[in-house]
Every structure is written in structure tokens, then in C-alpha cells.
Design a protein around this ligand. Structure first.
Ligand code: PY5
Length: 312
């Protein structure tokens, strides 16, 4: 179901908190929770897709997400308290307990739960939780308009961009506001060197003369798992994919542009800063990559079954 705005329709019956399934109404936090005040939490965005052909639910690349989750925690000196395998098992247990038979978004988070103003978080109490919400499209799959905003992507010399830290999303929040107040659907952020970094919540690809280009991981971007998936499956489709620095004007003259992300999946961008991209419709390569991606995440491509964790 397409949400006009990407809203959380409702949480589900249970939330997993520090090893226990608790009713979602009881999953509350004290007003002095450190992470609420300072953004000191690390999180993941994972999707599970319902496959109505064989009546099963598949979590996509759970292991890769939880490895990145642990990397984020290590960078931030936060202790998750649960191994990758324990978190995968917890996710399966939670999805079964919530009796999920639809596409859902899974939000694991480890946050500094201590009630203190102290900024040195190394020995403070943390809480690990996993939340599931029904989730449709995050962006319009028929194509969106994006604005190159005036706020730059934080540089990896200023902030650990490889880590998915809650606090960094203020950069994304002010960027998307800048785009939306100007009538666009999403923001594209340049890095401090003036090269294209990514969207507010997505990585970005351009296509020129049949070749896919995407910014290198050292250009102040989150190293996206969907970005990695698309690079892999695009090559299956016989496409050449090159990681290279992209300039703002290369966005305008591209034949096609698309975003990738767990929430965004593969979303064509058909207009940037008022410049029509290609013919103003989703490009043929973007549509082909999106279609193949949706087959892969729904478990319809046996070659990539290892990326899927079945729930039932
Ligand atoms: C609001 C944040 C949503 C979150 N964004 C994911 C995300 C990505 C894509 O990473 P991946 O392909 O691993 O998902 C890239 N870049 C940023 C800044 C992101 O927040 C998501 O779940 O898609």
C-alpha cells in the first residue's frame, strides 16, 4: 500500500527488548534517556517481504545488517550485548510472535538508556530493542523529484559515516526539509568537496550510455546494503557498474538516476533541480534493476536464497 507520507501505521503486538517480548504499549523510555537527548544510539533498517506464492516471509540480508549494526556499535563504543546470530534469532522470534504475513520494516536499535547528562557513554547502561511495523513504499516507485540541497553531507573526517548513528540523521532531516519546502520529494546532498554523496536516506546511482555509476564509499556516504545488492545484481544483468566521484552537473546530464535503500528499495529519480532526467519517466535500466531487485527480495531468484532468512 502506498503511503502518501512514510508514516508508521502502527507498531505490532510485541516489541523485543533486551531478550524479552513485551507488549508494544509497555515499550516506553524515561524522559531523561541519554539517546533521546544526544542521539546516542545505533540502528538498522531491515525489510522482510511476504511471498504469497509459497506463503512465507523472508528477511532480506539480516546477517549483513546485523554485522553493520555491530560495526556501528563498535565505532561508537556502545556494547550491543547480543551477537549477530542472537539478533537474527530474536528477529525471527519477534516476527513469528507478531504473526506477520505482510511486508514489514524491522528497526533494531541499541541506545544509551542511562538517565544522565554525562557525555562519556562508554560505561553507561544501554538497551537493545527490535521493532516491527507494516511498511509499504517509502518513496513513489513511479519516480520522484529531487533537489540538490544547500546543506552538505557531513564529512567522514567530522563524523563516522560508516556507522548508522541516530544523531547523524539531523543532517538528513534538515536536508529533506530543504527539499520539501521547495516542492521536491527528496534531497540529494553533496559532500564538502562538492561531489554527490547520497540522498537523505538513500544511496544514489546514475546511468550514462548504459553504464551505472555510484559514489565511492569514501565520499561521505553510508555503505548501503541495497547499494551492494544492486551492484551485484546489475552485473548479473550484464551491466557495467563503476564507483566514481559524481559531479552535480553529471546528475543533470545523466540518462537515468535512481536511489537505493532498504526503505527506498530502487526508486527512479525523474527530475533534479527542475532538470528533466532522460524523458522524465523512469528509465528502462532503472525499471529492469528494480524489477529484478523485487524478485530477489521476495525469494524468487534461487541464486540469492542465501540472502533470505525464512520465518515460517
Ligand atoms: C530513514 C533511514 C532509512 C534507512 N536508510 C538507509 C540509508 C542508506 C541505504 O542503506 P541500506 O541500503 O543499507 O538501507 C544510505 N544512506 C543513508 C543516509 C541511509 O539512511 C533505510 O532503512 O532505508
Amino acid at each position: 500500500m502506498l503511503n502518501k507520507e512514510p508514516i508508521v501505521q502502527h507498531l505490532m503486538k510485541y516489541v523485543w527488548v533486551n531478550g524479552k517480548l513485551i507488549p508494544e504499549k509497555e515499550a516506553t523510555i524515561p524522559i531523561l534517556t541519554h539517546a533521546l537527548h544526544y542521539g546516542t544510539s545505533i540502528f538498522e533498517g531491515i525489510r522482510a517481504y511476504w511471498n504469497s506464492d509459497n506463503n512465507n516471509l523472508y528477511v532480506f540480508r539480516a546477517r549483513d545488517h546485523y554485522v553493520r549494526f555491530h560495526d556501528s556499535a563498535k565505532i561508537m563504543s556502545i556494547k550491543v550485548g547480543y551477537s549477530v546470530d542472537e539478533l537474527i534469532d530474536a528477529t525471527v522470534e519477534l516476527l513469528r510472535a507478531n504473526d506477520v504475513h505482510e511486508d514489514v520494516y524491522i528497526r533494531p536499535i541499541t541506545f544509551v538508556s542511562a538517565s544522565t547528562v554525562n557525555l562519556d557513554i562508554r560505561n553507561l547502561d544501554v538497551t537493545t530493542a527490535i521493532i516491527t511495523v507494516p511498511f509499504g513504499h517509502y518513496l513513489e516507485p513511479k519516480g520522484i523529484k529531487a533537489k540538490v540541497v544547500s546543506w552538505l553531507r557531513v564529512h567522514n573526517s567530522m563524523f563516522p559515516m560508516k556507522a548508522k548513528v541516530s544523531g547523524i540523521y539531523v543532517n538528513s532531516v534538515i536536508a529533506i526539509i530543504d527539499a520539501k519546502v521547495s516542492g521536491f520529494d527528496e534531497a540529494i546532498l553533496l559532500n564538502r568537496d562538492g561531489y554527490v554523496a547520497e540522498g537523505s536516506g538513500e544511496n544514489i546511482f546514475i546511468i550514462k550510455d548504459g553504464i551505472l555509476y555510484t559514489p565511492p564509499v569514501y565520499d561521505s556516504i553510508l555503505e548501503g546494503i541495497t547499494r551492494d545488492t544492486v551492484i551485484t545484481i546489475a552485473r548479473d544483468l550484464g551491466l557495467t557498474v563503476t564507483e566514481k566521484r559524481i559531479t552535480r552537473e553529471e546528475l543533470y546530464t545523466a540518462d537515468e538516476v535512481f536511489f537505493t535503500g532498504t526503505a527506498a528499495e530502487v526508486t527512479p529519480v525523474v527530475n533534479i533541480d527542475g532538470r528533466v532526467i532522460g524523458n522524465g519517466e523512469p528509465g528502462p535500466i532503472a525499471l529492469k534493476v528494480r524489477s529484478y531487485y523485487m524478485d530477489v527480495v521476495h525469494g524468487r531468484v534461487s541464486k540469492y536464497k542465501n540472502w533470505l532468512t525464512p520465518i515460517y
